[in-house]
Design a protein around this ligand. Structure first.
Ligand code: PLP
Length: 383
């Protein structure tokens, strides 16, 4: 009776789809005798910069370091306030503190789960914890933030703009790729992301030549040349094996994002009116890292799906400002983050990855629709 389980992600599938090329890439690196920051890293950086429409890409150790490095390259640090959302991976906020700056968390727009622009301006005006310096716009779930409005605010108050694109490889707004709207953009290649490595990896993309050179130095002890540190840097290098594997994965990325969009279209067609489905901003090309629905009885839905072999996720169950490590400590606007807290109780991520078949997706959608029909009613008797 039990059909095969349908999982949120299929990381092994990513390997199997290109196993011969990935095996060859690993062997090539092992036989090269050069394992950190070499030709493979350079080749991947060039390919990824081209793919994402940036002048420069700087490969780093992970997506958290990418944010730290971007902030350091832009000279954001002690006493500087960085505005971002609480409805994000803890990494976004952790990175601000790791760079020595002060996070200030803003509420989200409930329709798109991204930074609320009116709330951002209020936060800037009410900020008394340090000098407002930068905004990190998180393109959560693969859906772009309202970049025009955010950039207007950044220009008005003289703030730097960084895009956290960890979930948004392949997303566009008005035809322009995410990552092209700010002073720097950061990426994670954690295995579950749209472009996943087989280990940890990340990148910063930049369009300014001097800034890119500074970021390259900062990623490795601030070295101008070997053993000569011009800047107080960090160590966050991309290793050659991950770079070589990422270059292989990159060749499939456009197709995989198209597949994610096709899957989203199937979900939409069954689930519109059944649960709250992802809304798209006008002009947005959603990259569907996650397909997130919303329902007041989210936990019951997750349980019902689990019982029929469908895996789900919650991104994220506890907003950063309510996490033990941050609560009562990070700065928030005067009216709190009610939409963030409501979203954390209502969001549910359905299976989404390039290796789902149409039948898998239809089965998940049908199960959601079946649950929605009966939930909340007194226990229905089966015929
Ligand atoms: C995954 C993620 C990060 C952190 O990336 P790591 O590679 O895990 O360090 C940062 N921001 C967002 C929005 C993410 O989803």
């Amino acid at each position: 009776m039990n059909a095969k389980p349908i999982t949120m992600v299929d990381l092994h599938g990513c390997y199997l789809a290109q196993h011969a090329e990935i095996d060859a890439a690993i062997r090539r690196v092992l036989n090269s005798g050069w394992y950190i920051l070499g030709q493979e890293c350079e080749a991947f950086e060039q390919a990824f910069a081209r793919w994402s429409g940036a002048r420069h890409a700087v490969g780093v150790g992970n997506g958290t370091d990418a944010i730290v490095l971007a902030l350091k390259a832009l000279c954001v640090g002690a006493n500087d306030v960085v505005f971002t959302v609480s409805h994000t991976a803890v990494a976004t906020v952790a990175a601000i503190e790791l760079a020595g700056a002060i996070p200030f968390l803003v509420d989200i727009d409930p329709a798109t789960f991204t930074l609320d622009v009116a709330g951002l301006e209020k936060a800037i005006l009410s900020c008394n914890v340090g000098k407002p310096r930068a905004v990190i716009a998180v393109h959560l779930y693969g859906h772009p933030c309202d970049m025009e409005a955010i950039r207007t605010i950044c220009n008005r108050y003289g703030l730097l703009l960084i895009e956290d694109c960890a979930q948004a490889q392949g997303a566009t707004l008005g035809g322009a790729p995410v990552g092209s709207f700010g002073n720097a953009a950061t990426y994670s290649f954690y295995p579950t992301k749209n472009l996943g490595a087989f280990g940890d990896a990340g990148a910063v993309t930049l369009n300014d030549d001097a800034l890119a050179e500074r970021a390259r130095a900062l990623r490795q002890y601030g070295w101008k040349e070997r053993y000569l540190s011009d800047l107080a840097g960090m160590n966050t290098r991309l290793d050659e094996i991950q770079a070589a594997m990422l270059a292989v994965r990159l060749t499939r990325l456009t197709g995989e994002i198209a597949r994610r969009r096709a899957i989203a279209a199937i979900y939409d067609s069954v689930l519109g009116g059944v649960v709250e489905i992802p809304r798209r901003r006008a002009g947005a090309g959603h990259a569907f890292h996650l397909y997130v629905v919303r329902h007041q009885h989210r936990d019951q839905l997750a349980t019902a799906l689990k019982q029929v072999g469908v895996g789900t996720g919650i991104h994220y169950p506890v907003p950063v400002h309510l996490q033990n490590a941050y609560r009562d400590r990070v700065a928030l606007g005067p009216s709190g983050l009610p939409e963030t807290e409501r979203a954390s109780r209502e969001v549910l991520s359905l299976p989404m990855h390039a290796f789902l078949s149409d039948e898998d997706v239809e089965r998940v959608a049908t199960e959601v629709a079946r649950w929605a029909k009966t939930y909340g009613r007194p226990s229905t008797k089966s015929p």
